[in-house]
Ligand binder design. Structure first.
Ligand SMILES: [Ca+2]
Ligand SMILES: [Ca+2]
Length: 106
């Protein structure tokens, strides 16, 4: 899942960057990407919209069930829809857990 997700996020960023090459602002790029996914414009991306949009963007995912797994992964509150905040983690996921050296108190 981790490898699948990393590959997916990487190619998603590449594809979207190609589509909005003129956009410098990450926030603007994200808003556009979200609108691109939310085809009926109701403020959330359903599984159906997700499947169609990923295909349209041209991101290759091994199988539809992988794509569904990814959707469920990003749908953190499990309501079957990705809202803007959840969608944002696809493109701007927080950096992987870094090994922060423990602070040693005197
Ligand atoms: Ca929608
Ligand atoms: Ca959700």
């Amino acid at each position: 899942m981790e490898a699948l997700r990393n590959g997916f996020e990487k190619s998603m960023k590449v594809k979207l960057a190609q589509k909005c090459s003129s956009v410098q602002d990450e926030e603007v790029a994200l808003t556009r990407a979200f609108k691109y996914f939310d085809s009926d414009n109701d403020g959330a991306v359903t599984l159906n919209e997700w499947l169609k949009a990923v295909e349209r963007v041209g991101v290759i995912v091994p199988s539809v069930s992988d794509l569904k797994d990814l959707f469920n992964y990003y749908d953190t509150n499990h309501d079957g829809r990705l809202d803007y905040k959840e969608f944002a983690t696809v493109l701007f996921s927080p950096p992987a857990k870094r090994c922060i050296p423990p602070v040693t108190l005197p």
